[in-house]
Design a protein around this ligand. Structure first.
Ligand code: ADP
Ligand code: MG
Length: 327
């Protein structure tokens, strides 16, 4: 494994009040993004929240209305020519010629990169195809590729040259579960080699599987960012299953908790015991003391659990809307 070539606190991407308007609409609204070097950073938000627009502006594919961007410590778009060779990107998929093979398409795209020496082109293309598991399909026409294979070919294109930063816009969009797993595994292995990966997604589960950090976008605004642990913090709940719901609510209230009866998402079996639950604050009472208090008050405890915060609850609370939660 290559040792890290950055110092703690270095940022791969930094934006300050980055804003992009289309006419009256503010698609990206003054976002301050801080993507640490070496992270796998999930850029999470529902469709239409401004992810692709932000990425296009960061990469210099579109001009910002206002605000600043730096990539790998260099100001954009001023230092674009210097920075871009170190950045691999997959945004809206490159245009492949369907009648050419995967390898021939990559050689064509590699030719367009003035930093890529022609002498080593074949070897470079073969290595990139190998990297994404397409060696066996290298000679097949792209028209015969599945969507997952095309997406991996797009990533191979981003990997032709050694990169310090990879920017992938919804790389698993439209993939079947197998293709999705392949892309996720690839992202993790690239990160393991020290490449910073910035990956957008509208799927929460995706970010939970792949990323060390995340930022949440909603309607053009950046709501929160940090490590996944930081984002999850402080939202756990205690849950009690009991036929004595009223008594349980009183006991939890006496312990300082705001308890209530849960409304099941799926109607409960008739006669099933209801669940009573309460959010736990940052410094909760130990679970055993809550159990002891419930039992001492004669509450028949038939189920007891502490649910740690899920990112999903946090995100729904922040955005006021659900994600397409596909696992
Ligand atoms: N070229 C454009 N012209 C006008 N509006 C656009 C353009 N590109 C994006 N938008 C609008 O900006 C908003 C954010 O879009 P986008 O960045 O594609 O979101 P996401 O990638 O999160 O789905 C959407 O309302 C979209 O319709
Ligand atoms: Mg998008």
């Amino acid at each position: 494994m290559t040792p890290p070539t950055w110092a703690a606190g270095d940022l791969a991407i930094e934006t300050r009040a980055l804003t992009k308007r289309f006419g009256q609409q503010t698609a990206v609204d003054a976002i301050d993004l801080a993507v640490p070097m070496g992270s796998v950073f999930g850029f999470l938000g529902p469709n239409g929240s401004g992810k692709t627009t932000s990425i296009r502006v960061m990469l210099g594919l579109a001009a910002a209305t206002s605000g600043e961007v730096s990539l790998l410590g260099e100001s954009m778009p001023g230092r674009l020519a210097r920075v871009l060779p170190q950045v691999g990107a997959l945004v809206e998929g490159p245009a492949f010629y369907p009648f050419l093979s995967g390898a021939a398409n990559l050689r064509r795209l590699d030719t367009a990169d003035r930093a890529a020496p022609g002498r080593t082109r074949r070897a470079r293309v073969d290595r990139a195809l190998d990297r994404v598991g397409l060696s066996n399909a290298a000679g097949k026409k792209v028209s015969a590729y599945s969507l997952g294979m095309k997406q991996r070919l797009g990533i191979a294109n981003a990997l032709l040259m050694p990169r310090r930063l990879l920017v992938l816009d919804e790389p698993t969009n439209g993939l079947d579960p197998q293709g999705t797993r392949e892309v996720r595994a690839l992202v993790r292995s690239l990160a393991g080699e020290g490449t910073t990966v910035f990956v957008s997604s509208h799927l929460l589960a995706e970010v939970e599987h792949m990323c060390t950090h995340a930022a949440i976008m909603s309607a053009g605004r950046l709501l929160v960012q940090g490590t996944l642990d930081e984002l999850r913090a402080g939202e756990s709940r205690v849950r009690v299953r009991t036929p004595d719901a009223d008594a349980a609510i009183r006991v939890l209230a006496a312990a300082g908790l705001t308890a209530g009866l849960e409304t099941p998402e799926v109607p409960a079996r008739p006669g099933a015991d209801p669940w009573v639950s309460a959010p736990l604050d940052a410094d909760p009472q130990p679970a055993e003391s809550l159990v002891a208090a419930l039992v001492a008050a004669g509450v028949r405890v038939r189920g007891f659990q502490i649910d740690d915060a899920s990112l999903e609850e946090r995100f729904v609370a922040l955005t006021g809307e659900g994600f397409d939660v596909v696992r």
